[in-house]
Design a protein around this ligand. Structure first.
Ligand code: ZN
Ligand code: ZN
Length: 217
């Protein structure tokens, strides 16, 4: 298996110890994907944040396991490191969310896409506006589903991507039921798409049903 372009800080489902989050890093820029409750402490432990000239934080949706420490990180970057974070999100209430958690609009920049990243709307729960995205990092075409209960918003892009980061679940519901996409994943894998499973609720079940064929940790 090739090394993944994104590195995970955590791949747990909503109530796990390490919220689902990943990052891509160059010498002077950090792009963080989601910032759930457990992520702030992971980030300040792991990175020397003062070395980056740009810090982008991509937010797929506003569940706490994806945005629960976002305000904390923005405030820390501003007040402790004098840095203005760039928040990249299309979520309907992102600005209100930051307002009510005491994050003044002048200490961050808000964008709804990046030159190398485009959001794709997904179906996750009727209560939240949720997105995955298509991105290019390191000349790799990446699909990152975010939390979704269907792969269909991505179907036209799947065959042409290099790496697929996909939300999978034993139980389905608000997430993709692994049993429903196994054949698709096998076909993509045979077509040289690297598959990375994430937001994992039952590791043993997923390991068994996928025959340990895809990367999940
Ligand atoms: Zn989640
Ligand atoms: Zn969610």
């Amino acid at each position: 298996m090739n090394k993944s372009t994104l590195t995970f800080l955590g791949r747990d489902s909503g109530f796990g110890n390490k919220n689902n989050s990943a990052y891509f890093e160059t010498t002077d820029k950090l792009t963080l994907i989601d910032c759930g409750c457990t992520v702030f402490h992971e980030v300040i432990k792991k990175f020397n944040l003062s070395k980056y000239s740009a810090i982008e934080i991509v937010i797929t949706h506003l569940h706490n396991d994806h945005a629960g420490s976002l305000s904390q990180l923005i405030l820390y970057l501003w007040f402790v490191l004098n840095k203005k974070a760039t928040i990249v999100s299309k979520c309907e209430y992102i600005k209100q969310y930051l307002d009510i958690t005491g994050t003044p609009a002048n200490i961050y920049e808000l964008k709804n896409s990046l030159p190398n990243l485009t959001f794709i709307k997904t179906e996750h729960t009727p209560f939240l506006d949720s997105y995955g995205f298509l991105a290019n990092f390191n000349n790799k075409q990446i699909i990152y589903t975010g939390d979704t209960n269907t792969l269909s918003p991505f179907s036209t892009y799947l065959q042409n991507c290099d790496e697929l980061y996909i939300d999978v679940s034993k139980f389905g519901g608000a997430h993709i039921k692994i049993d429903d996409v196994l054949d698709t994943l096998k076909q993509l894998h045979n077509n040289n798409v690297d598959i990375y499973l994430m937001h994992i609720d039952d590791k043993e079940y997923i390991k068994t049903i996928t025959n340990n064929e895809f990367n999940y940790e």
